[in-house]
Design a protein around this ligand. Structure first.
Ligand code: HEM
Length: 482
């Protein structure tokens, strides 16, 4: 494969104020928008933990299969900072809440999200040297990208998306009620792909939704391909092809969307882009693809886990049903959804117990100290947020499903800073957290005001990663009209 061309010249203010190890700057250029990834860095040998490719491959398998339980066991064994090979990648895992919060807030500008995320997606678009997704910028360029995306998340925009989601949710539930049954995991994926097609692209064609579903699944699976090379890995090949297909389709639409006045997120972002001079249309499309990837599968995973938890905790299902019925028939508008307080607690508890994004990658731009341990510049650091959500020192009976731990009187999430960060923190904190929660509530209000659910074949679920986190199994449900 020929090397990608250099990044286009840009007038963006470089992230000059960050103190950066000279070898990193020489290799990647402006750390605000790196033009290359970093090689693996040695130097964590003084830390407790494990090393080696064979251990890494074994860990990757266990990581995927048992998700947060694997991570929690490692943290209990090695402590808050340790070496953790995952597949071919030697990482330094950090599981100290205060340290994670400091890393994500990045007040000392010591940490790069861009170089962390590049490890998983470098080369997904071989035509570009920069890996332009929102998480692949830092500092000043990243602020511009957030400014670009923000109009798509205004209160008015969110209200419009909720309405569109409602128009997909109601007929989907009709179908489940008619069949009295649904295999929830794939059905939720399809439903959220259909919603995403409308909200993100303004498209109402079911075939397009299926394509988006396939594309995004291939994209995410690419992140865990052991060999990121099209000849060596069919998974990576599928990921790069899927990415190119969607990229070319969106790229061909930018002009028309800019001229129109459509309310979908992509059209809004296309109209906003010219205000940020250095963002050309290729960068715009790359960022938008990154946003979609961060958006739709995440919400589907979380709602699937919540389906399992409500199906296996009937008293909580009844409480949410009573709350839904008290608000009247749907579809509800965004302001009404905010009143679903019990549903909100159950949603937050689901994200605690079955975290969707269980870790956040970062690389230090210079030698740093984390929780008393020296970490060399450029090391691959995984901030393990998920195992903190099962820490018995913070949470009462951490493995129990107990949404009331988020009730104002208990507020267990406030017991220790940094112990509950399902949507991250700092400049890269999730831009879609509110949308995800509104969509989830719109869905649960619509379903529970018309039905009760239970597992068709009861089973004890694990947390697993695909690589996003959710409950194991297909969550096959009996849907009883009520
Ligand atoms: C349950 C659902 C979701 C979860 C658990 C989740 C979680 C996260 C987390 C942990 C991050 C921080 C990554 C980092 O610091 O490197 C993040 C970033 C992001 N999320 Fe979400 N997310 C969800 C839904 C969404 C939705 C619905 C959207 C868009 C509509 C979205 C768009 C993004 C974007 C664009 C970023 C990158 C932000 C940046 O780098 O500035 N997410 N998300």
């Amino acid at each position: 494969m020929s090397p990608p061309p250099p990044a286009p010249a840009s007038s963006v203010a470089p992230a000059a104020a960050a103190e950066v190890a000279p070898w990193i700057r020489a290799r990647v250029g402006d750390v605000g928008r790196p033009t290359a990834g970093l090689p693996p860095v040695r130097g964590g040998d003084h830390l407790p933990g494990e090393a080696g490719l064979v251990t890494g491959l074994r860990n990757l398998r266990a990581w995927m299969h048992t998700g947060v339980d694997f991570m929690r066991a490692r943290v209990e064994h090695y402590g808050p900072v340790f070496r953790l090979p995952v597949g071919p990648i030697a990482t330094v895992a950090v599981a100290d809440p205060e340290a994670i919060e400091r890393i994500l807030r990045n007040d000392d500008r010591a940490w790069s999200a861009a170089l962390g995320w590049r490890v998983f997606f470098d080369g997904i678009d071989p035509t570009r040297a920069t890996a332009d997704s929102p998480a692949s910028f830092d500092f000043e360029p990243h602020k511009d990208i957030r400014r670009l995306l923000q109009p798509g998340f205004s209160a008015a925009a969110l209200a419009g998306y909720v309405e569109q989601a409602g128009a997909v949710i109601a007929p989907t539930i009709d179908g489940w009620l008619a069949a009295r049954r649904v295999t929830f995991k794939p059905a939720a994926r399809r439903m959220f792909a259909t919603i995403a097609d409308r909200v993100f692209l303004g498209v109402e064609d079911p075939d397009e939704a299926a394509l988006l579903d396939r594309t995004m699944q291939a994209f995410w699976r690419g992140s865990i391909a052991v060999a990121k090379h099209p000849w060596l890995s069919p998974t990576w090949r599928r990921a790069t092809r899927a990415y190119a297909e969607l990229r070319d389709r969106l790229r061909g639409q930018v002009d028309a969307r800019r001229r129109g006045d459509a309310g979908d997120l992509f059209s809004r972002v296309c109209r906003a882009a010219p205000a940020i001079g250095w963002v050309d249309d290729d960068t715009l499309v790359a960022c938008y693809l990154g946003l979609m990837a961060a958006a739709f599968d995440t919400t589907a995973c979380a709602v699937t886990s919540m389906a399992y938890l409500l199906a296996t905790h009937p008293p909580w299902q009844e409480r949410l049903r009573a709350e839904a019925l008290a608000l009247g028939p749907g579809p509800l508008v965004a302001e009404q959804l905010k009143q679903l307080e019990l549903c909100d607690r159950a949603w937050r508890e689901t994200l605690r117990r079955f975290p969707v994004a269980p870790d956040v990658p970062r690389r230090p731009l210079r030698d740093v100290e984390v929780a008393g341990h020296a970490i060399p510049a450029g090391a691959m650091v995984l901030a393990l947020t998920a195992p903190l959500q099962l820490d018995p020192a913070v949470w009462t009976e951490p493995r129990a499903f107990d949404p009331d731990r988020f009730a104002p009187g208990r507020a267990e999430d406030r017991r220790r800073r940094g112990a509950y960060l399902p949507f991250g923190a700092g400049a890269h904190a999730c831009i879609g957290a509110q949308l995800a929660s509104l969509e989830a509530k719109a869905f649960w209000h619509a379903l529970l005001s018309r039905a009760r659910i239970r597992l068709a074949h009861p089973y004890h679920a694990r947390h697993e990663l695909s690589p996003l986190g959710s409950v194991s199994g297909d969550v096959e449900l009996i849907v009883e009209p009520a």
